[in-house]
Write a protein that binds this ligand. Structure first.
Ligand SMILES: NC(=O)c1ccc[n+]([C@@H]2O[C@H](COP(=O)([O-])OP(=O)(O)OC[C@H]3O[C@@H](n4cnc5c(N)ncnc54)[C@H](OP(=O)(O)O)[C@@H]3O)[C@@H](O)[C@H]2O)c1
Length: 239
């Protein structure tokens, strides 16, 4: 596909930012969303070319719809929606708060559904389109302290398989499961000791985020009739 039009949520850091960098280098036209608009604008200025940004909270349906509208009004179409924005609260079910669970459900699951609600009608009208969801290996090997996070990611995995079956011959759906990836993801762990533990482990074994960007680019690069359903990418040192 020449110069695909790609929306990426959570493009202000980590995997979303790395995906924006890689795809921009390959000639994609990008619409980037996240809450930290200053970071999106700095990235867009650095990338140059055809990049638009919009402050977006994926918990708000209207924000995500506006991101898709921006792609269509600027570039005339939407080829790929990368549902990447995500949050994790780690800790046991005894100690986590219902607010922690609500935020993970609202961002990781409801946020992706807002993307489907906005992008699917455009994909249907074009008879083409590709949803890429960034899920997690936390949903493949379930470990303590990441239970609700894993549940939200596996809900999205289920959504992807269901959408794939409903999609018909023209749409593509890909779930990418990263293992431990060096991003800002663990910087928000509330407990300082746990945060340090995760950050040290990240420095020790995590993959650079462009490992996941390449997986997204691989799924996108397949011919229209080829649908890459699942990609799992882990650091070799991860259990
Ligand atoms: N790092 C890992 O080890 C790992 C492993 C498996 C899966 N993942 C998944 O990879 C995805 C990207 O995470 P990352 O590792 O790149 O971490 P990150 O650097 O913390 O990036 C997370 C991104 O999500 C955005 N975000 C968070 N809440 C949002 C909201 N309500 N609305 C819009 N954007 C929001 C953040 O932007 P703002 O704060 O500016 O809104 C940021 O751009 C997530 O879905 C995560 O679950 C990460």
């Amino acid at each position: 596909m020449e110069s695909p039009v790609v929306v990426i949520t959570g493009a202000s850091s980590g995997i979303g930012e790395a995906t924006a960098r890689l795809l921009a280098g390959q000639g994609a036209r990008l619409v980037l969303g996240a809450r930290r608009a200053d970071r999106l604008d700095a990235l867009a200025a650095e990338l140059g070319g055809e990049v638009r940004t919009r402050a977006t909270d994926v918990r708000r349906r209207d924000d995500v719809a506006a991101l898709v509208d921006l792609a269509v009004s600027t570039f005339g179409r939407l080829d790929v929606f990368v549902a990447n924005a995500g949050v994790a609260h780690v800790g046991g079910l005894d100690t986590q708060t219902v607010e922690d669970w609500d935020e993970m459900i609202d961002v990781n699951l409801r946020g992706v559904l807002h993307g489907v609600a906005a992008a699917l009608p455009v994909f249907r009208a074009q008879s083409a389109g590709h949803l890429v969801a960034i899920v997690s290996t936390s949903g493949l090997r379930i470990v303590p302290d990441q239970v609700v996070y894993a549940a939200t990611k596996n809900a999205v995995r289920t959504l992807c398989e269901g959408l794939r079956q409903e999609a018909g011959p023209h749409l593509r759906v890909t779930a990418v499961s990263p293992g431990f990836t060096a991003t800002e993801f663990v910087d928000t762990v509330a407990d300082p000791a746990r945060r340090r533990e995760y950050q040290e482990r990240m420095a020790e074994i995590a993959m650079p985020p462009d490992a996941i960007a390449r997986a997204v680019a691989y799924a996108m690069a397949q011919p229209a009739g080829v649908d890459v359903g699942e990609i799992v990418v882990r650091p070799t040192a991860q259990n």
